[in-house]
Design a protein around this ligand. Sequence first.
Ligand code: DUC
Ligand code: ZN
Ligand code: ZN
Ligand code: ZN
Length: 458
Amino acid sequence: MSLLIKNGTVVTAVDQYVGDVLIEGERIATIGSSLSMPVDRTIDASGKLVLPGGIDVHTHLDMPFGGTTSADDFESGTIAAAFGGTTSIVDFAIQYKGQTLHHAWETWMHKAEGKAAIDYGFHMIITDLTDQVELEMDALVGQGVTSFKLFMAYPGVFMLDDASIFKALLRTGKNGGTICMHAENGGVIDVLVKKALAEGKTAPKYHALTRPVRAEAEATHRAIALAEMADVPIYIVHLSAAEALEMVTEARDRGLPAYAETCPQYLFLSDDNYEEPGFDGAKYVMSPPLRPAATQDRLWRGLAFNDLQAISTDHCPFCMKEQKSMGHGDFSKIPNGAPGIETRMSLVYDGGVRTGRISLNRFVELTSTSPAKIFGLFPRKGTIAPGSDADIVIFDPEKTTTLSVHSLHMKVDYNPYEGRQVTGVTETVISRGRVVIDNGRFVGRAGAGAFIKRSARW
Ligand code: DUC
Ligand code: ZN
Ligand code: ZN
Ligand code: ZN
């Protein structure tokens, strides 16, 4: 199968030019101008942007959590991702206490096999760090699972103590893996949650009020300090608070390899959303929670100045009707998470590029190139270059759409951005040389996505 994309504006993290892209099989073969050769299909991309496929390095598909399971599985979730211009995800496989990492990896490989419509990799969540598990970390890195997520929150379920965190960090110094950190002080949060409930404060907004910004800032600082002592890089996931960003900025200014991602919900929503009537605040119950609106400008500046290196989604959808409703009368029982895998590219283009907060190149860097580099996917993915996988998005920068649960494809009964107009829409998506979204229609296949073996830092 060969495909020629003609006359589009090709954008990478460093370039922008009008040109033609020739795809042969699964790879980009040539880039040039006025290319003409016999091909199976030609796509005219005049007036459109030709972007490297989006890479979302933080998703939770088919994940048991909070007494239920996230509403999108690997089929519905990856199809929704493709609609939104994302061609690779890195999801999270969970090691439960007493289990081996190998068992967790197998379990999540089975969840994805035959279902994923785009390529996928896994970070391994470690909840029980034994000597045996440390050896398994080395083995997993060799098998292409080169990053590990640790939690400083959720005591009793996911949380690791500082000694275990430090050991895991040291291990990645030997095996070339990367530690991703959920940085919130779980002990403090647990005390605040119990206190609030004892005082009869049960509404969704208390989820946010019991997870203060300082709990995130303290854990972010501690995570970076532990990584500094272990002399390894660290990646902070879903950074939401300006106070946590300050910790990352301070570390980077000292030359430390501290990296962080933020997510669209922290750029476009705020703690005002918890004041929505009735139980609607539950739509926004996620961890970390939404922050004061003034945070948004600080995060955009962090993105522009490279104190934040990636925008991922933390897509973790739960339906209001059967799932979020479990927390009626007790906010701590509302499953944490919100949908976002499909809306990332349009939101960030509209709210970032069109407003001048970030350049078009920086948009590509934050949504594709930089996560690809940090997580061992580059240069196979994350750019448009000869030899790279043909993961390409043809994006209409002038088309406007209204985000709504009625037109989006995530399997969840609400959308946090309901009614928001965005300009900049994914039109056609190519995943390893196959057209999967054709002018806004899904033409791919569940199961066509492949496990991506990622590289270690060396
Ligand atoms: N936060 C969420 O909101 N959902 C899943 C896990 C997490 O850390
Ligand atoms: Zn198996
Ligand atoms: Zn997390
Ligand atoms: Zn998450």
